[in-house]
Design a protein around this ligand. Structure first.
Ligand SMILES: Cc1cc2nc3c(=O)[nH]c(=O)nc-3n(C[C@H](O)[C@H](O)[C@H](O)COP(=O)(O)O)c2cc1C
Length: 198
């Protein structure tokens, strides 16, 4: 093999190893999320809706690092239906401005609320909208996270949360496409560290 080609291959290999090393080191130092969720002003709850478990996966990672309470928003209307039927139903409901009934989630004892939603038709999922309408977010900090499948306008979702909850105290949100869960723990912990919870 030509000496130059060999040198190039070696150089690329070294660069790749260095990138991998930098990545691993970055993750190592990022991984610890220091957060005390039982301080009187930091009682934390994760609330999420999930139909096909992507958003649930993110909720569980957050819980793993913050060790706080977690509650799933439940709505009988969407149980045991496949994605195609769900999409048809939701399309119809959006046209009618309809919001589903959801089981009550009591947020009264918490001041920091993580809210997780799948993206539905470019917007928040309907059960999350119901949850936002049915609760009082006065003096609470909201931290949103979303999963989606194709395209989404994140600022629009954040603004929806602010508008419906009637609360501007919304910290930067986390967004991930559902089939790119690679390095997901790294990305979630980096986000949690960036928003300076403590
Ligand atoms: C009714 C419905 C509408 C959706 N609309 C969108 C959309 O507008 N944009 C998008 O990127 N993904 C859309 N998706 C894909 C979901 O956002 C994605 O699969 C998400 O990760 C599902 O989360 P879950 O598994 O927690 O339910 C839609 C899915 C459903 C079921």
């Amino acid at each position: 093999m030509n000496k130059r080609v060999l040198f190039l291959i070696k150089a690329i290999f070294v660069i790749l190893v260095l990138i991998l090393f930098a990545f691993a080191a970055n993750w190592h130092f990022n991984k610890n999320v220091s957060y005390t969720n039982d301080l009187p002003d930091k009682k934390t709850l994760i609330v999420y809706y999930s139909h096909s478990n992507h958003t649930e996966e993110i909720a569980n990672i957050i819980k793993q690092y913050l060790n706080c309470d977690i509650k799933k928003i439940k709505s009988e209307e969407y149980e045991n239906i496949n994605t195609i039927d769900l999409t048809n139903l939701v399309t119809e409901q959006i046209q009618k401005n309809y919001l589903p009934k959801t089981e009550k989630v009591d947020i009264s004892g918490y001041n920091v609320i993580f809210i997780g939603s799948p993206v539905w038709k470019g917007d928040l999922s309907l059960p999350v909208k119901s949850f936002l309408i049915n609760n009082d977010f006065k003096n609470k900090t909201i931290i949103p996270f979303y999963t989606f499948g194709g395209y989404v306008d994140k600022p629009k979702l954040d603004n929806e949360i602010k508008k419906i909850s009637n609360n501007d105290n919304v910290l930067p949100s986390f967004l991930t496409v559902h089939y790119k869960f690679a390095f997901i723990e790294y990305r979630v912990t980096r986000w949690l560290n960036k928003i300076h919870l403590n």
